[in-house]
Ligand binder design. Structure first.
Ligand code: NDP
Ligand code: TDO
Length: 299
């Protein structure tokens, strides 16, 4: 029997990639849901429903209509500066709506796959974090994402939490971009860009998030999985890789410290995640950063 999959946040950067990939697979009957109308109507073999998952009536109608076997939640308020200043809004979507989704999945025997972040960690380390490490977020966004994770683990008996990191790839018009796109745009316009040289990350190609999620759909275990790239490097080094791969002018990249950058929201210094569990249990195999950049820019 075909599985009915509901992708929530389907207009978002990661959600759209997951929606597109799943809707090409005959094993699934796919529905996308997002707050606004479909950003790319008639672009795939899926049904689309606009709904606000923070409104309980709309969430309940969505479940009644779709009757999903699998729910993938990619919706979030995912801009740390915004979350810092709009705490109620962040709580509403990143915590309360997630708890309601978890409750509804449990009540309807659906598997719940929920996206989370490296920002649950404080970054005060020099080693890749594993799923066993204790979270300790340093900003409000991270705190809400951690609370969301906890709601899922408490309420669901069939779930997976996928923590992803600096997701990159080609964005559709209307979606937010990412630091790799920003670097490429600036350098191509002959403009300088300041990039932090003391924040370490394991950047994730958006297609690899989709790969990991598809593996989690069909995996029997519950728990947290780190789904990201295998290379841990600073944002400045990521910028240099973009310049290298696209053959752009290195000298326009200006490495700065976090202090010099003066970011208003604190961020973890080192939040690289280990993917050993995902490799071992799921057979997850991410692209290298160079491969991901080439795919992103169609090289
Ligand atoms: N992007 C990244 O680098 C990282 C992302 N993450 C996590 O991955 C997940 C996906 O992130 P990302 O792809 O950036 O997400 P986006 O911000 O691109 O997309 C989120 C989507 O959620 C939808 N949404 C927001 N509020 C509601 C609502 N009330 N009801 C229904 N839909 C809603 C929006 O829909 P609409 O457009 O229709 O308004 C939006 O398109 C999130 O959980 C995020 O925390 C973790 C680490 C890094
Ligand atoms: C815009 C900009 C960012 N940066 C750095 C800051 C940061 O470390 C990194 C990425 O910046 P962003 O503002 O895109 O994202 P940021 O908010 O830091 O990143 C996070 O997004 C949320 C959703 C997450 O959950 C995290 O995993 C992470 O990806 O690049 C620069 O160095 N120069 C710049 O001009």
């Amino acid at each position: 029997m075909k599985k009915k999959v509901l992708v929530i946040g389907a207009n978002g950067f990661t959600g759209r990639r997951i929606l597109n990939d799943l809707s090409r697979n005959d094993e699934y009957i796919v529905t996308g849901c997002s707050l606004h109308d479909d950003i790319a109507p008639d672009s795939g073999n899926y049904r689309f429903i606009s709904a606000d998952i923070c409104q309980m009536g709309e969430q309940s109608a969505l479940f009644r209509e779709v009757r999903p076997n699998i729910v993938i939640n990619t919706s979030a308020l995912s801009v740390p500066d915004y979350c810092e200043a709009h705490r109620d809004e962040a709580d509403s979507i990143n915590v309360n709506a997630v708890g309601q989704l978890a409750f509804r999945c449990e009540a309807s025997a659906a598997r719940f796959i929920h996206l989370s972040t490296d920002f649950v960690f404080n970054g005060d380390t020099g080693q890749l974090y594993t799923e066993e490490d204790t979270p300790d977020p340093v900003n409000y966004y991270g705190a809400t994402k951690l609370k969301g994770e906890k709601r899922v683990a408490e309420l669901c008996s069939n779930y997976a939490i996928a923590r992803v990191v600096v997701v990159y790839g080609a964005a559709l018009p209307g979606q937010h971009g990412n630091i790799l796109q920003l670097v490429a745009n600036r350098l191509r316009n002959n403009e300088e860009i300041r990039v932090v040289s003391d924040q370490w990350r394991t950047p994730t190609y958006v297609g690899d998030v989709s790969q990991g999620i598809e593996k989690l759909i069909n995996h029997p275990n519950n728990g947290i999985y780190h789904i990201c790239g295998s290379e841990c490097l600073t944002i400045a080094d990521i910028a240099y890789r973009v310049a290298d791969t696209l053959n752009l002018d290195y000298s326009l990249i200006l490495p700065v410290t976090t202090k010099q950058m003066g970011e208003t929201t604190p961020r973890p210094r080192f939040s690289g995640l280990s993917i050993e569990k995902a490799r071992r249990e799921l057979g997850y195999q991410p692209h290298t950063l160079e491969e991901g950049i080439k795919l992103m820019f169609n090289l």
